[in-house]
Write a protein that binds this ligand. Structure first.
Ligand code: MTE
Ligand code: HPA
Ligand code: MOS
Length: 770
């Protein structure tokens, strides 16, 4: 990207801070809007015996109820597997499952009816944990296996073997804008849907199935989201589908907006994972074999659990060459919300697990964890630079980001300083850790890696820009404007970016897998090139040049390089093109080349490329309270040749802080009946400005342009999330300073309670060792 197109402010920056940016629910609502309110199940597993609808008609404003019997099409909102009912017929599968939706003239009336409604249930015994599910053989789908070499044999031949379990908990998305959709029946047989969805085409498809009408009768539009983080990749669908069902049944516009507690109670979260492993290594800390089972808590329905588990399995190596590795994965079926996509999509779980294993090896051998990490990096060529699923890491930049962040953070000196600090302080201990990230970019489902665009130039030279991606705060629209502006050589102000809509660009993929700019950027550029070619023909004639290909489009002018004085204004070319009956609109299309994966043999090249980063975190723990302060964070992230450094740095900071929240403070608590206890900000703590490190230094890797990606850039949305593993490992490092234990077990999230427990264990083990 040329300098003059870079570092544009976020296209909605002013709108965000002034409140003028329009979200789905801020639009001027049509008159006659009906409002919905759900009745939530009080049991995690139950049978519905009776729904008593008597006396409801006396409540002013009541319109109707929506039950499973009202669904004209398929009672399903599951995208991969049709196992997710929109409304239950008889079976309740999780606490808080919407059983019935009330439709009324006001939200208040709908709520009153919902509170009056009496439903009888027969409670049953739920399965609530991964361990419970394994015991009862309650699974979604079969075991998935990836293997390289012979780990069983290699374990037998290893000098050291460690066996262990690791449990990682979930995370609520806590997007600022909760799930919302509203629907207007229009144009005789159609439905206009406004939905806060990362995946308008799938929302359209699900509504079409629920209503039993073809997709061309449904238009789904997403203006922008107040955060998605994966939580609106599939889980926007039930909200939109229920609003559509209300509109279908009543013929009136209908709106659903979940309250924060309803959102937290009913929607899926990051998958909790349980890992059971055996790792073999030598006295140098070189990894020889890993044999590992991963279990994820899928919740009641499949949703995206299979590809999420698969991504965890793809990232169980993180940056390390493990010659003999078998990873088995299985999704456990529980009576909980259906867990879903969340920034990193299983990658973070896979990486936390291997980083903890590395730390265990280091403490066992009394070697620094960073030494074990360095000794096991993928490097060289061929086998030692090839993952367990057979993808060669052709663009390995692990050592580059690692060395750079070590220098930038002054790692070695600080390590010494911290050692001295800890010797002189009994109740405060500091810890320092450095961890790397290698994250595969592409949807692992190959067919998702395609995108489209539609550009309309009007006679006055103003332009509308459409593409298939959705904006959730990540800056995609800004980047698409920059791409179009550079590709057409015109000022960014000429463009109006249009809301994402299924009637502009059809059959789109979710904006997810961090590939929004990669995919849509190429499609936008492709559309621009088509238009430019047509306009160049027109301009060449006007300028009396033979070769239209020689023409340059730059800063709203068209000219030939060798005669820059003869130039013609872009607007003039547009006008002439219209007069000469040359089309001024074009579609663009892109599909990622050279990716494939065969799940049957667990081999292929699922990722177009990898994104790399490394982080150094320093913490100080207070031994009385178990709280910690994040003193300093240094990051080097490889974003290729950044399309927009301001936005990319924001993504890195935001991703890191969100990851830190997951690993250190966000704690989801369910009671023994499967009721979520933490469904509000009062009990579910996300990071605030107070948790942001005092010294937070983010560096983009320099001279990092990536071939074959839009203007040499690389994806940035998810990879930095996993840099927060350095905080967890720094906490472990500080805890270690309380004793001389050869293993530190730290529960996740590392809440003050978990930290105090870990310190106590270290002290106990050290006393026993004396
Ligand atoms: N940044 C903001 N501000 N809000 C979000 O919801 N979602 C993240 C990431 N960054 C998110 C975000 C997730 S989960 C993904 S996959 C990417 O943005 C999606 O956008 P992209 O592909 O355009 O980077
Ligand atoms: N990432 C995010 N979302 C997805 C993916 C993925 O790899 N595959 C399917 N949906
Ligand atoms: Mo992001 S979890 O791929 O929406």
């Amino acid at each position: 990207m040329k300098e003059n197109y870079k570092s544009k402010p976020h296209e909605s920056a002013v709108g965000h801070v002034s409140g003028k940016a329009i979200y789905t629910d801020d639009q001027r609502l049509p008159s006659g809007m009906l409002y919905l309110w759900p009745v939530l199940s009080p049991y995690a597993k139950a049978k519905i015996l009776n729904i008593d609808t008597a006396n409801l008609n006396n409540i002013p404003g009541f319109v109707t109820l929506l039950t499973a019997d009202d669904i004209p099409g398929i009672n399903n909102t599951g995208s991969i597997k049709h196992d997710e009912v929109l409304l239950p017929q008889t079976e309740i599968n999780y606490w808080g499952q919407p059983v019935v939706w009330v439709v009324a003239e006001t939200e208040r009336a709908a709520q009153t009816v919902a509170e009056t409604l009496k439903i009888e249930y027969e409670p049953l015994t739920p399965i609530l944990t991964i361990q419970d599910g394994i015991k009862n053989q309650s699974f979604h789908g079969d075991k998935n296996i990836m293997r390289r070499g012979n780990p069983i044999k290699a374990l037998q031949e290893s000098d050291f073997i460690l066996t262990g379990n690791i449990e990682i908990q979930g995370q609520d998305h806590f997007y600022l804008e909760t799930q919302v959709a509203w629907v207007i029946p229009n144009l005789e047989d159609g439905y206009q849907v406004y939905s806060s969805t990362q995946h308008p085409s799938e929302t359209q498809a699900i509504i079409s199935e629920v209503l039993g009408i073809p997709r061309n009768q449904i238009v789904v539009t997403c203006l922008r989201m107040g955060g998605g983080f994966g939580g609106k990749e599939t889980q926007a669908n039930p909200t939109a589908a229920i609003a559509a069902l209300a509109a279908y049944k009543t013929g009136c516009p209908a709106r659903v907006r979940l309250k924060r507690d309803q959102d937290m109670i009913t929607t899926g979260k990051r998958h909790p994972f349980l890992a059971q492993y055996q790792v073999g290594f030598n006295s140098e800390g070189q990894l020889l074999a890993l044999d590992i089972d991963l279990y994820s808590d899928g919740g009641w329905s499949v949703d995206l659990s299979f590809p999420i588990l698969q991504r965890a399995m793809f990232h169980i190596d993180n940056c390390y060459y493990i010659p003999n590795l078998e990873v088995r994965g299985q999704v456990v079926k529980t009576n909980k919300v259906s867990n879903t996509a969340f920034r990193g999509f299983g990658g973070p779980q896979g990486m936390v697990i291997i980083e903890e294993i590395i730390d265990q090896i280091a403490r066992k051998l009394s070697l620094p964890p960073e030494t074990i990490r360095e000794r096991n990096f993928y490097r060289g060529e061929g086998e030692t630079n090839t993952t367990h699923y057979g993808q060669e890491i052709f663009d390995n930049r692990i050592l580059r980001v690692w060395e750079e962040v070590k220098i930038k953070s002054n790692f070695d000196n600080r390590k010494q300083e911290i050692f001295e600090f800890n010797q002189n302080h009994d109740y405060q201990k500091r810890g320092l850790a450095i961890t790397p990230v290698k994250f595969g970019i592409s949807f692992t489902k190959t067919e998702y890696n395609q995108a489209g665009a539609l550009i309309l130039i009007y006679q006055d030279g103003s332009i509308q820009l459409n593409h298939g991606g959705t904006e959730m705060g990540q800056g995609l629209q800004t980047k698409m404007l920059q791409v179009a502006s550079q590709a057409l050589g015109v000022n960014i102000k000429r463009f109006r970016i249009m809301p994402t809509s299924t009637d502009k660009v059809p059959n789109t993929s979710a904006t997810a897998a961090s590939s929004g700019s990669d995919l849509n950027g190429q499609a936008v550029k492709n559309a621009c090139e088509t238009l430019k070619q047509r306009l160049a023909e027109v301009a060449a004639k006007l300028l009396n040049f033979n070769d239209a290909k020689e023409l340059i489009f730059e800063e709203d002018w068209v000219y030939c390089k060798s005669y820059p004085r003869y130039k013609i204004a872009f607007e003039e070319v547009v006008k002439q093109a219209y007069n000469q009956r040359v089309s001024l609109s074009a579609t663009g299309y892109y599909r990622t080349p050279n990716i494939y994966y065969d799940p049957k043999i667990g081999k292929g090249r699922p990722f177009y490329y990898y994104s790399y980063g490394a982080a150094v975190s320093e913490v100080e723990i207070d031994g009385f309270t178990g709280t910690f302060k994040l003193r300093q964070v240094d990051i080097v992230q490889d974003v290729g040749e950044s399309l927009n450094p301001l936005i990319d740095i924001g993504q890195i900071e935001g991703g890191f802080v969100q990851g830190m929240g997951w690993l250190t403070m966000e704690e989801l608590v369910w009671d023994e009946q499967g009721r979520l206890k933490t469904f509000a900000p009062s009990t579910y703590k996300i990071p605030t400005i107070k948790e942001i490190p005092k010294s937070f230094n983010v560096h983009l890797l320099k001279r990092a342009a990536q071939d074959g990606v839009i203007y040499g850039s690389k994806a940035v949305g998810e990879p930095p999330f996993m840099l927060a593993i350095s905080v967890r490992e720094a906490i472990r490092d500080a805890i270690a300073a309380w004793g001389n234990s050869d293993s530190i077990s730290l529960a996740s999230p590392a809440t003050p309670e978990a930290i105090l427990n870990a310190i106590e264990q270290v002290q106990l083990k050290s006393e026993n060792a004396l």
